[in-house]
Design a protein around this ligand. Structure first.
Ligand code: PLP
Length: 432
C-alpha cells in the first residue's frame, strides 16, 4: 500500500470523502489522489517521494511558482512580527493600492479571506446599493459556494454533474436568474421582463470553471452597457482570472482597451500569494455602502491578515510584465504540443484560451465551446485515461476536464519538456 493510499484511508475516517474541497477527491477521474508533502517552483512532491510538474498551481495562486523566495521571505518576516492583530495594519492599504493600480474603476478595496466571501459580499452590496433583489448569473460560471449562486454552477458541481446543491432554499434560488453564457438575446429578454428588479449581473470575466470559455467579442461590454442602461451593476468575478489572465486580469484584455470598467470586481487566489486572502473592489460610490460608512454589513476576524497581506504584496510586486510574457509563451507552447499530440493520435478536440489560461475539450473541433451546454456535450470520458497517463508520467493536471490549466513563472523549458514528453502516450490513452 502506498503512503498516499494509507493517508487517503486515514483522511476518509476524519473528513467527508477524505477531503476539504470536493475536486481533490478525484471523483471524476477515479483512483487515489496523491497526498502532497512539498512544493517548489514548478514541482510538487507526494508522500511517496514522487515528483510532478504541477499544472494546477494551487488552482491559481502559485503565479510565480511554489515557494517563491521573495514570497517566502516576506512571509517569514511577517510571521516574526506576529500572526494576527485584530486591528488595522499598514500592509492592508498597500495591497489594496496595488490592486487599484492595475484594475480600471477600482477606487476602494475591501479584503476578505476567500473568493466565496468576496462574491457573497459583492452580491449583498449590489442589492443594498440598488434596493433590488434579483441577480443574473450564467450557467457553468462558478462564484464560490454561496447559496444563491450555486444554481447551475461549474467547477466541482460540473464534475459531480450536480444541477446545484441540496440545502439551498427555493426562496433563495428564486432570487437568481440563471442564463446561458454568451447569449445576448436571453439577457435582453431577462431585462425586458425583470429590469426594474435586477440588482446585478455577475459573471466570471472569462469563465474558467466549465473549462475555459471565451466571452464572444464585445460580450462583457454588452453586459456593462445593458446593466448601466437598466440601473443595475456589473460584477466581474476575477477571483480566478485576476492578475493571472494578464497583469490586469481578463478585464485587461477587454475592458481596458474598450474603455469600460465594471462597477464591482472580486479577486482571490493570486492576490494572497498562496495564503487565504480575497477582496472586492470597485466604484467608491458603491463600495462606500459597506459598513462602517454604509448600511451593508460585512466583517471578518482574519480579514486583511498581516501574513497574507505580506504574501500578496510580494506576489503582485514580482508579477511583472515579463512574468506574464513568460506565462503566455509557455502556455502557447503547451497548447501547440497538445494539438500536435492529439492530432497524431487522431483525437478530435478544441482548445479554449483566456490570456495565459486555457483548457482542452474533447470532440468539440467543429462547434467549439461557447457555453455550459457545449462544455457538457464534449467527450468528457476521454479525460480520465488522459489524466492518469499524465499522472503516471509525473504531470499533475487538474483532476477534472471542467477546469483550467495553470502554468507559472517557474515553468522553465526543462519542466515544459517533461510535459511535452508525456503527451503522446496520454493522447493515445484518451483516443482508445
Ligand atoms: N469565483 C471564481 C471565478 C472561482 O474560480 C472561485 C474558486 O475557484 C471562487 C469564486 C471561490 O473562491 P474560493 O474558493 O476562494 O472561495
Amino acid at each position: 500500500m502506498s503512503n498516499s493510499e494509507k493517508l487517503f484511508a486515514e483522511a476518509r475516517d476524519v473528513m467527508p470523502g477524505g477531503v476539504n474541497s470536493p475536486v481533490r477527491a478525484f471523483g471524476s477521474v477515479g483512483g487515489i489522489p496523491p497526498f502532497m508533502v512539498g512544493a517548489k517552483g514548478a514541482y510538487l512532491t507526494d508522500a511517496d517521494g514522487k515528483e510532478y510538474v504541477d499544472l494546477v498551481c494551487s488552482w491559481g495562486p502559485a503565479l510565480l511558482g511554489h515557494a517563491h523566495p521573495e514570497i517566502q521571505a516576506a512571509v517569514h518576516t511577517a510571521v516574526d512580527r506576529g500572526l494576527s492583530f485584530g486591528a488595522s495594519t499598514p500592509d492592508e492599504a498597500r495591497l489594496g493600492a496595488l490592486i487599484k493600480s492595475r484594475m480600471g474603476g477600482v477606487e476602494r478595496v475591501r479584503m476578505v479571506s476567500t473568493g466565496t466571501e468576496a462574491t457573497m459580499t459583492a452580491v449583498r452590496l449590489a442589492r443594498g446599493f440598488t434596493g433590488r433583489e434579483l441577480v443574473i448569473k450564467f450557467s457553468g460560471c462558478y462564484h464560490g459556494h454561496l447559496d444563491g449562486l450555486l444554481a447551475d454552477a461549474g467547477s466541482g458541481l460540473a464534475t459531480l454533474a450536480l444541477p446545484g446543491s441540496a440545502g439551498v432554499t427555493a426562496a433563495t434560488a428564486a432570487e437568481t436568474l440563471v442564463l446561458p453564457y454568451n447569449d445576448r438575446a436571453a439577457i435582453e429578454a431577462a431585462f425586458a421582463e425583470h429590469g426594474a428588479n435586477i440588482a446585478a449581473v455577475i459573471t466570471e470575466s472569462a469563465p474558467c470553471n466549465m473549462g475555459v470559455v471565451v466571452p464572444e467579442d464585445g460580450f462583457n461590454k454588452f453586459l456593462k452597457d445593458t446593466t448601466a442602461k437598466h440601473g443595475a451593476l456589473l460584477i466581474l468575478d476575477e477571483v480566478l482570472t485576476g492578475f493571472r489572465a494578464s497583469s490586469s486580469g481578463y478585464w485587461g484584455l477587454t475592458g481596458k482597451d474598450e474603455g469600460w470598467n465594471a462597477d464591482l470586481y472580486t479577486f482571490g487566489k493570486v492576490i494572497g500569494g498562496g495564503l487565504p486572502t480575497a477582496a472586492l473592489g470597485g466604484r467608491a460610490e458603491v463600495m462606500d455602502y459597506l459598513a462602517p460608512l454604509g448600511p451593508v454589513y460585512q466583517a471578518g476576524t482574519l480579514s486583511g491578515n498581516p501574513v497574507a497581506m505580506a504574501a500578496g504584496i510580494a506576489q503582485l510586486t514580482h508579477a511583472t510584465e515579463e512574468v506574464y510574457a513568460h506565462l503566455n509563451k509557455q502556455s502557447e507552447a503547451l497548447q501547440s504540443a497538445i494539438t500536435e499530440s492529439f492530432n497524431a493520435a487522431g483525437l478530435d478536440h478544441s482548445i479554449q484560451r483566456a490570456g495565459t489560461l486555457f483548457s482542452v475539450a474533447f470532440g468539440t473541433s467543429e462547434k467549439g465551446v461557447h457555453n455550459y451546454a457545449d462544455a457538457q456535450g464534449q467527450e468528457a470520458f476521454r479525460y480520465a485515461p488522459f489524466f492518469h497517463s499524465m499522472l503516471e508520467s509525473g504531470i499533475y493536471l487538474p483532476p477534472s476536464v471542467f477546469e483550467a490549466w495553470f502554468v507559472s513563472a517557474a515553468h522553465d523549458d526543462a519542466a515544459m519538456e517533461k510535459i511535452f514528453a508525456a503527451l503522446p502516450a496520454a493522447a493515445k490513452a484518451a483516443a482508445a
